[in-house]
Design a protein around this ligand. Sequence first.
Ligand code: CTP
Ligand code: MG
Length: 228
Amino acid sequence: MQYDVILPAAGSGKRMAAGKNKLFLELRQKPILIHTLEVFQQDEACKGIWLAVKPEERSYIESLLAEFHITKVKGLPDGGSERQHSVNACVKKVKDGNIVLVHDAARPFITIPIIHKLVEAAHTKGAAIAGVRAKDTMKRVKDGVIEETVDRSSLWMIQTPQAFDFQVLKCAEQRAEEEHFLGTDEAMLVERLGQSVYIVESSYENVKITTKEDLVFGEAILSQRIGG
Ligand code: CTP
Ligand code: MG
C-alpha cells in the first residue's frame, strides 16, 4: 500500500544547542536529516516526500538531497514558527493523497516494518500512531509532592510516524487552523474531530534526537545495527 510522507525539518534545535539546525549534525559522517530521508527513499511503498524547511536552509538542503541521491522529495515548502505550522504547510501541498504519514525528521531510526504496520492501520481505521509502553512507574506530581501513582498499563509514550487517511488529516489541520488550536502532535488534532486514533506498538530505538545525550544513543544504535 503506497503512501506519502511529510517530514517537518524547519526547527531550530534549541535544546541541542549546536548553534545550527540539529538535523545537520552528523551520525557516522551523515547528517541526521539524510538518515531519516534514506529510510523513505529505500521504501518502495513511499511515493513522495514533503519536507518543511526554513527558507534560509532550503538551498543547503537541496544540495544535500543531490549529494545523497534523495530523489523522492516532491516539495520543500516554508516551515512555520511551530511544528504544527510546518506540517500544515506540507498538508496544503499534498495532492490526491491516500495515506499520509507525518514523521519528525529528527527520528532517524524508524524502520520500514513499523512504517508498513502504520500505513495498514491507517488504511483500515483512518488514523494510527506509533508509540511504546511507558517503562517507568508514573506518578502525578503537584508542587513537588506526589498526588497519585498512575496506572502504567494504560500509558503510552507517543512517537511519530503518525499515519492518516489524507482527508482525515486535511480536515483536522483545517479545523485547527480556523480555531487557532495548537496541539503537540497531529493525533491531537484528529482526536478533536471525534475520530478514533489507533496505536501501533513501535520500538524504543525510534528516539527523537533532541539533546546532546541522544547523539550518544544514536551512535550506539547505529553501531549495533551496522557494526563497528
Ligand atoms: N520542526 C519544524 N518546524 C518548527 C519546529 C520543529 O519543522 N517550527 C521540526 C523539527 O525540525 C524536527 C521536528 O519538527 O524535525 C520535531 O521537533 P523538535 O524535536 O522539537 O525539533 P526542534 O524544534 O528543532 O528542537 P527544539 O524544540 O529543541 O528547538
Ligand atoms: Mg521543537
